[in-house]
Design a protein around this ligand. Structure first.
Ligand code: SAM
Length: 281
């Protein structure tokens, strides 16, 4: 088993391979074995489980996952790091694939026989799209433990009425339950990011909590509602529903003067259903 990665060994690996971390690819490498172990513990994985890691970097988390006896498949976009990982993970059985988590075909990489857990320190600049894409296109992933920028984590897990609640929170709630289970200081990374991080655990629901005929349509309304979140809904939704916005809201039992941030999934589903019925009549 490889040794846990420390500030010294991460620096040595980067030097040995002549690498400088890429800011554009969100490369802030974890250098604290205790944090890596904590992430593994909070993910709830046990020996024999299968884990997808997006963005393994130089392998700090991958090594900790391997030590816990899980089978890791890691997807890394940077070919320079794939070469480093081949050194660090030699003989561990972890599989490293060069690829882009925003494009890769998850169903071709991850088989459906047993559930997968995603455990990842996500690249900050694309964390939300990577997570949403996995929620939408990788049904074999049943649980997620992701490290993201703290404010992104709060947005992912927020409920209606909370300060951080937004369109992303609604989409996450449709697929999963989500909670922030910890924070991580910037001091455990090299290079150090400017912000604190959050650990978010998500559990995929067996079925969405609301029945919606056309989820894409509902999420279009949600995006319009939050695009101008301080506006009353009758005005915010006019960008999609035009002059019918007020009538649609009333028919759904929603106060047209309410704001998007006060509506939960059942209310969004009700608006989407009214408009669909109106469109069909
Ligand atoms: N997991 C490592 C750790 O904790 O030290 C590295 C985390 S670093 C924040 C993010 C990693 O994601 C980098 O290795 C970066 O190259 C990789 N990455 C960035 N964009 C990616 C993408 N679209 N698909 C896959 N990997 C990506």
């Amino acid at each position: 088993m490889p040794e846990p990665l420390t500030p010294r060994s991460v620096r040595a690996l980067l030097e040995a391979h002549g690498l400088r971390p890429s800011r554009a690819l969100g490369q802030n490498f974890l250098t604290d074995p205790n944090t890596a172990e904590r992430i593994v513990r909070l993910s709830g994985v046990v020996a024999g489980d299968r884990v997808l890691e997006v963005g393994p970097g130089v392998g700090s988390l991958t090594v900790a996952l391997g030590a816990a006896g899980v089978e890791v498949t890691a997807v890394e976009i940077d070919s320079r790091l794939v070469a480093v990982l081949e050194d660090v993970l030699a003989g561990t059985g972890s599989v490293v694939v060069e690829g882009d988590a925003l494009r890769i075909d998850w169903s071709a990489l991850l088989d459906m026989d047993r559930p997968w857990t995603m455990v990842s320190n996500l690249p900050y600049n694309v964390a939300t799209p990577v997570l949403i894409r996995a929620l939408e296109t990788a049904p074999m992933i049943g649980r997620f433990l992701v490290m993201v920028q703290r404010e992104v984590g709060e947005r992912i897990a927020a409920g209606a009425g909370e300060e951080a609640y937004g369109a992303v929170s609604v989409k996450v709630a449709y697929h999963c339950t989500a909670e922030v289970v910890g924070t991580v200081p910037s001091t455990v990374f090299a290079p150090r990011p400017k912000v604190e991080s959050a650990l978010v655990r998500l559990e995929r629901r067996a079925a969405p909590p609301v029945e919606v005929d056309d989820p894409d349509w509902m999420f279009r309304l949600v995006r319009a509602g939050f695009a101008t979140r301080r506006k009353m809904l009758r005005r915010a939704l006019a960008t999609v529903l035009g002059a019918r916005a007020e009538d649609v809201l009333r028919a759904a039992g929603i106060d047209p003067e309410a704001r998007a941030e006060t509506l939960g999934l059942p209310e969004w589903a009700a608006i989407a259903a009214v408009e669909r019925e109106a469109g069909q009549s």
